[in-house]
Design a protein around this ligand. Structure first.
Ligand SMILES: O=c1ccn([C@@H]2O[C@H](COP(=O)(O)O)[C@@H](O)[C@H]2O)c(=O)[nH]1
Length: 275
């Protein structure tokens, strides 16, 4: 296991292979388009083709846990193998699990996604702060101990998120802004362990001026956001923005060459657009 901090590992990977985070989201429609069965076997081939296409080309891969969980224990076994192969090949893995619960239960989730001995051990995990930011304390502490990252949902890419995230909290800030501010405070002691999830699909309306950690920005491609949108929305904090595209790249499959070309084209477009 590397003893470099999550922040150092992330910065090194991004400087070597760009900011793009490609998703492995085996939607049923994609399995069908790739002429694979809707089963754990189909999932396995899908994930293997993705791994072959993306390793060495992009810095970060984000498997969407839901699409593996849909196949129960067999799906989880595929996910375990996928995470392990990616990480051994030097690709950073963000497990998009979006866990959120009371602190003691969150710690069990953290054990699954962060603890080095766990079969699902990833470089970072997505979590929900909507049971209170402090419900994530144990998770963040575990991540600090093991040099992993925690990406907290702040302003998500979907339109429905606005009702909750744009609501005004009792102190006058938006709920999303209060999450950003809590992340700023946390990162002062925890060396940028806390990342934010801020969608690329719309102007987030957040004050990110004090925030220096990474921002996972989903919404590119299938959800309509473009590289020009990214450059505009994240104009003040481009360095550590990690744009995510899943279906936009996966639509090029099942050819490994075509998947790789789609990913590297987008990677290069992002680097040029956010330079
Ligand atoms: O605000 C959010 C948070 C997470 N996601 C996830 O990212 C990918 C996006 O997939 P696309 O195919 O590129 O639309 C997916 O796994 C979502 O669950 C998000 O979209 N928005």
């Amino acid at each position: 296991m590397s003893h470099r901090s999550w922040s150092d590992r992330l910065r090194a990977a991004v400087s070597a292979r760009g900011r793009l985070c490609v998703g492995i989201d085996p939607h049923p429609a994609l399995l069908e388009a790739w002429e694979l069965p809707r089963s754990a076997d189909g999932l396995e081939v899908f994930a293997e083709l993705c791994v072959e296409a993306f390793v060495g080309e992009v810095a970060i891969v984000k498997p969407q846990v839901a699409f593996f969980e849909a196949y129960g224990s067999a799906g989880y076994a595929v996910l375990e193998r996928t995470v392990s192969v990616l990480r051994h090949a030097g690709t950073l893995v963000i497990a998009d699990a979006k866990r959120g619960d009371i602190g003691t239960t969150m710690d069990a989730y953290a054990q699954a996604w962060i603890e080095p001995e766990s079969p699902l051990s990833s470089d970072a995990v997505t979590v929900s702060p909507y049971l209170g930011f402090d419900s994530l304390n144990e998770t963040v502490e575990r991540a600090v101990r093991h040099h992993r990252g925690v990406f907290v949902l702040a302003r998500t890419s979907n339109a429905e998120g606005a009702t909750l995230q744009q609501a005004t909290a009792s102190d006058g800030r938006s709920v999303a802004q209060s999450i950003v501010d809590a992340a700023v405070v946390r990162n002062r002691v925890d060396r940028d362990t806390v990342g934010l999830v801020v969608g690329a699909t719309r102007d987030h309306g957040l004050d990110l001026s004090d925030y220096v950690g990474p921002i996972l920005a989903p919404g590119l491609g299938a959800q309509g956001a473009t590289v020009a949108d990214l450059a505009d929305i994240f104009r003040d904090c481009r360095e550590l923005v990690l744009p995510n595209s899943s279906r936009g790249v996966l639509a090029a499959g099942p050819s490994v060459t075509a998947l790789r070309d789609a990913a590297t084209r987008l990677r290069d477009e992002i680097e040029a657009g956010l330079a």
